[in-house]
Structures are given as structure tokens and as C-alpha cells.
Write a protein that binds this ligand. Structure first.
Ligand SMILES: Nc1ncnc2c1ncn2[C@@H]1O[C@H](COP(=O)(O)OP(=O)(O)OP(=O)(O)O)[C@@H](O)[C@H]1O
Ligand SMILES: [Mg+2]
Length: 390
């Protein structure tokens, strides 16, 4: 993740110091100036000085007794330095304030009191949104796979999707975020290292060290394995942000198997993702959970990137897909056929269906990978036709 320069505006000295410490503590943002006054006109020297820094983000604290002037500052900065993203910090208990700040041009409303995680998640969303299709970027696309309910098939989907993506682009990584990782078993790999090693060596992690922590599957897919015992590594969301920064800077496609892990690490991987694939079964308990999981992961603004993958799908009388989509708030993107014998024997042998030939289930994952990378193909095609006309 590129480092973000941040200008802070907070009239209260303590709050200013707290915000500066939090911004610098994310290790993604760094404070370029911390101002004690709120500029209210375009000739204000504080505004000019801020413009000189061309910050990526301005963070404006909205103190309870200064709502009107803080909102005026939001409007002014939005007008005067439109390339800068405005984050405001205020009380979530006042919906009117949130709406007014957003209308004035704020991009993010961060709760007060603020935590490093809140800020980090907002920074990650900003950098992820700058990587939308159409923008030139050398950074990889992330697909995060999460279970609606334990055992719904996240690992099966992640492993086979990663192999299918690998045959589309040779630079594909699978990151096992589960507390006890199963991806290595599915792929019959015996990794010497795991994600815990990468997290404990962040201070010296570069592309070649990352590579040495990964296991290579015979099809070329690189796996950053999950721990084989519950990990003693106590990594913060900032640590995960730095790790993912390195991974998306190295690989073209990154599949994250979060399985049933629901915490700030999965939230971070979801915030970074192009698509969050919620793996569910077409039964009441799983679909009910899918809604809760989407709510938890989408709390910080990523709802529009959720897609449901119905695993072990077969037609069920009375199952209404559009009602399901409305209840969960995400579309059903894909249906993976129910093939218990093929899938369970593949796991037993460590040879995923994607590797073992042309079956209904391997065709399903190939088609899912094509769908998820459709835009990339179209961009490639248009670049090619442009080339031909020159
Ligand atoms: N499409 C499918 N058809 C039939 N059986 C399947 C399918 N997908 C997964 N399964 C079965 O479901 C079981 C769980 O699969 P998997 O290990 O992928 O789940 P998981 O959701 O990642 O589990 P966990 O919650 O433990 O991480 C496996 O034993 C597998 O045989
Ligand atoms: Mg799993």
C-alpha cells in the first residue's frame, strides 16, 4: 500500500495529538501537518499552506461546539483541493452530522473516539478505491473467500478458484488466513513456513523473503500457508495491512481463504478485495448466517462488493433466490454443483478437482474465474485492438 500523506485539522490540542499518533500508528498514513485552526475562506494562509503539501487525505475533527465551522471547512477544502480525500472525525450518534459532512464533501466519517483500526480501514478503502478498473495500476486484484457458516466450502472454493486464476495469469497467490490452515492439505503441499513467519518478519519482509515463505504448487500457484497449530503470533491490523501490501504488489491475482475467521484480519482482506465471495449453502441456517457475516464485514462500507456463492448447489423446491438476495443484501453470483464424491476424494488425495481434469466442478471454477476477471480480459482486448490500429 502506498503511504498516504495526511493533514490534520483539530482545534483541541489533545485531540490533535491523539489523531496524529493514530495516523502515524497505522503505518500507512503519515502526518504532514497538524493545524489548530479551521480555514474558512479561500485566502486563509492555513489553507494555502495545506495546499502546498498536496496531502492525500485531510482529517478534520468536528468538535461538538464547532460543528458549523468544521462543516464550512469541509466544504472549502473539498472545493479548493478536490484531489484530496476528506475524512471527518465525529460522534456517530448524530446521523444529521454524518449526512451533512458527507454532503459537504467528506468521503469517510470516522467515529470519535477513534482507533488505529478505524483509521486504517478507512485508509485501506481509499487505496483500494483508487485501484478500480480503468485506473492504471500494477497492483494485484484480491478475491476474499469467507464462509457463511463453518464447513460451507470456503477452502474448496478458494483453492480451486486460485488454480483456475493461475491458468489465466501465471502470477497468482493463495493466502490462507484461517486460524488452522487447510489449503496446504487440499493441495498436498508441505510448506516449511506459514503466514505467521511472514508476520513476525515484517520488519525485513521484501519480495524475495515473501517468496521463500511461500510453497509452490506444481501448477505454479504460490501458497502462503496458514499455521498448522493455532498461532501464537499476535498480529495487528496494521501488520496485516503491511503484509497484504507486499502480496498485492507482487502478484497479479490474490485469493484469500478466510474460511470461518471473522475478525479484523478478515475485515482488512475484505476491504482490500475486488469481490468478497460469501460461500453459503441453500439452507436457512447458512443463509441467515450469510446475512450476519455480510453485515459484520460490510459495516465499514464494503457491502457493494459482496457476492454469494451457493456451494453444493442443487435445485430445491421452494427456494427463492431473489428473496435470499434481498435478505442478505448481495447478489447470488455463482452456484457450485454438489459433487460430494469428487470433492471429498480430491481433498483426501490432495489433488483438487481443478487439477484432475475436465469435470462438472472444474468447469464451474474455470467459468467463475473467467467471470471474475472479465474486465481484465476486456481491457487486454481493447489494448490489443488499439495496438493494431497504430
Ligand atoms: N461442491 C461441493 N460438493 C460436495 N461436497 C463439497 C463441496 N464443497 C465442499 N464439500 C465438502 O464439504 C466439506 C468442507 O469443505 P471445505 O474444507 O472446503 O470447507 P470449509 O468451509 O473451508 O471448512 P472450515 O469451516 O473448516 O474452514 C469437505 O469435506 C468437502 O468434501
Ligand atoms: Mg476452510
Amino acid at each position: 500500500m502506498p503511504e498516504l500523506s495526511v493533514a490534520i485539522f483539530a482545534t483541541d490540542a489533545d485531540q490533535r495529538a491523539v489523531l496524529q499518533a493514530l495516523v502515524d500508528g497505522t503505518s500507512v498514513g503519515h502526518t504532514v501537518c497538524a493545524n489548530s485552526t479551521l480555514p474558512l475562506s479561500s485566502t486563509d494562509p492555513v489553507l494555502r499552506r495545506t495546499q502546498g503539501f498536496a496531502p492525500d487525505v485531510v482529517l478534520i475533527d468536528i468538535a461538538a461546539d464547532q460543528v458549523a465551522s468544521a462543516l464550512r471547512t469541509v466544504e472549502l477544502l473539498h472545493q479548493e483541493i478536490p484531489a484530496t480525500s476528506i475524512f471527518v472525525v465525529g460522534a456517530m450518534t448524530q446521523p444529521h452530522l454524518i449526512v451533512s459532512a458527507m454532503r459537504a464533501g467528506a468521503r469517510e466519517f470516522v467515529e470519535r473516539p477513534t482507533t488505529t483500526t478505524d483509521l486504517l480501514e478507512a485508509f485501506v478503502r481509499l487505496t483500494a478505491s483508487r485501484r478500480k478498473p480503468g485506473r492504471e495500476s500494477a497492483r494485484g486484484k484480491v478475491f476474499t473467500v469467507v464462509n457463511a457458516k463453518g464447513g460451507n466450502g470456503a477452502t474448496t472454493v478458494a483453492v480451486n478458484l486460485a488454480l483456475a486464476l493461475q491458468s489465466i495469469h501465471p502470477s497468482t497467490a493463495l493466502v490462507d488466513l484461517a486460524h488452522i490452515g487447510h489449503c496446504a492439505l487440499h493441495l498436498n503441499l508441505k510448506p516449511a513456513f506459514s503466514i505467521s513467519d511472514a508476520l513476525t518478519n515484517l520488519h525485513r519482509l521484501d519480495a524475495s523473503l515473501l517468496d521463500s515463505f511461500m510453497a509452490r504448487h506444481e501448477r505454479g500457484l504460490q501458497l502462503l500457508a496458514g499455521p498448522s497449530v493455532p498461532s501464537a503470533v499476535d498480529a495487528s491490523p496494521s501488520d496485516y495491512a503491511r503484509l497484504f501490501d507486499m502480496i498485492v504488489g507482487t502478484f497479479h491475482y490474490v485469493v484469500v481463504d478466510a474460511s470461518s475467521r471473522l475478525d479484523s484480519a478478515t475485515r482488512l482482506a475484505s476491504n482490500l478485495a475486488e469481490k468478497i465471495l460469501l460461500v453459503a449453502h441453500a439452507d436457512v441456517a447458512s443463509l441467515w448466517s450469510a446475512g450476519r457475516v455480510a453485515q459484520y464485514l460490510g459495516e465499514t462500507g464494503s457491502r457493494d462488493r459482496f457476492a454469494i456463492v451457493l456451494n453444493r448447489y442443487r435445485k430445491i423446491a421452494g427456494f427463492n433466490e431473489s428473496e435470499t438476495e434481498a435478505a442478505i443484501g448481495a447478489p447470488v453470483l455463482w452456484r457450485v454443483p454438489n459433487q460430494y464424491f469428487v470433492v471429498s476424494s480430491a481433498i483426501d488425495r490432495g489433488i483438487p478437482p481443478m487439477q484432475s481434469g475436465n469435470t462438472e466442478i472444474s468447469r464451474s471454477f474455470t467459468a467463475l474465474a473467467k467471470l471474475l476477471t472479465k474486465d481484465d480480459m476486456e481491457m487486454k482486448r481493447s489494448a490489443w485492438s488499439l495496438f493494431r490500429t497504430v
